[in-house]
Design a protein around this ligand. Sequence first.
Ligand code: ACM
Ligand code: ZN
Length: 532
Amino acid sequence: MTIFKHTAGALVILLLVTASCSGTQSGDFAVSPLPQEIDLRDGAPFVFGRRTAICAPEALRTIAVLLADDLEEATGRRPKVSDTKGNIILSTDVEYPAEGYRIDCSKDRIAITGGSAKGVFYGTQTLYKALPVSFKGSAALPAAVVEDAPEYPYRGFMIDVGRHFFPVDYLEELIDIMALHNINVFHWHLTEDQGWRIPVPGYPKLTEVGSYRPGTIIEPGSTQYDTIPVQGFYTREEMEHLVRYAADRQITVIPEIDMPGHMLAALASYPEFGCTGGPYEVTGRFGVFADVLCPGKDATLEFARAVLKEVMEIFPSEYIHLGGDECPKERWKECPDCQARIRKLGLKDMPGKTKENQLQTWFMGQMQKYLEENGRKMMGWDEVLEGTPNEDVTVCAWTSPAAIYRSASEGHPTVACPIQHLYFSNRRFNELTGRESIGRVYGLDIVPPQLSPDQRQNIIGAEACIWTEWVADTEKMEWEMLPRIAALSELQWGSERDLDAFLPRLRKMTELYDRRGWNWKKDIAEAWEQTP
Ligand code: ACM
Ligand code: ZN
């Protein structure tokens, strides 16, 4: 038995050992994200052929069928799936970490054992990605044992469907991309100043008015509008369908209703929930807007709870994201209802926290309480730290790497998503090409070194975000996601990171993207030439 560490040299040896066997083309297990351990064994490879079949107990049937789909795409032959016979054997063993797995590959069989269905699923993803992308004759995999488990439990990807609308059948494809990269959270940003995408019983104008805008500014900073309407919302059935589709791929959908800021579409529908009473409009401009929900009015809280009630009925996720970002306080300072609420609550200006900051904390706290009464937990963007939220609030630290430190050191479970590294829609960073473009994601250390060992435990994972102000179509969406999502997946999974060793794995991923017809950011290919 040879144990290979994840060095460039080891990968070369692995390729040499497994490269050829007459009439077959062997793949290798050094996929992306790179598994923790790959031990090559003596012996002949497993060759995929007519007798290849998948054996899985009923509880793993969905995963087995998805694997059959993948193997059909990769090898041209669809394996049978049954619970009695087969040479690709799926099973669970609680001795493994829940999301971990072991692949034991030999001439006669491939056994994938996971700590739970999740682990089995990640084993099947590694198997699929390990296969050669193009070959003559038969595809094969080398005799080997792979042992793997992720470092972080939260491996997220966020997509904003407020600025531009993407239908559910396309979101399924994006879920497929996420699943291929072992991502386990789809953070669905459902409401924005520019569009409201979820119907709520009792508030029909949210979709009648709030899901439509007549046009959009033609370029950043412009005051000129196009005349292309942007509209759309998801039916409850569509959202429930997407939750199931994602769950089959071991992905939890975490919905976000961004409050109390970024609410212009809701205010255009129901002006009575704003401080001034409007009129407001669903905007075709981008930025941060002064008009936000009025927490001084009881009706606003009743409205927000009605939205969350519907959200909790549709989405079974433990976490519900309540936003909390970019909420200017100027209207609250002038609003008699907000000021009356501040007086009633006895809120006072404190160093670094105005009474309006604390009003936001109170409002978010009311919503948090409502979620918790219903057995859920609150997530928010790092501006929620401007108040004094309790430690149960999970924070998506986006404004800077320093915000990751602040959130984790103040005791919050923390998801790292700093704009400087993980906003794939950032226009400045999208100008980067080759190694620089990939390195900006791949080189991020999501655990600030100043954190104590205890505080480090608060970093639960990382997430990349695509904001869709300037993403109006699927081509641009995929261009922003791919292939940087592969770099993201390695830091989320905790793969040993070495950019030079990663680039060949990344290149293979781009061949897979081509096979699937996905539009990846081609200028990143410069990186292959830049590899020493
Ligand atoms: C954000 O980018 N406003 C969370
Ligand atoms: Zn107000």
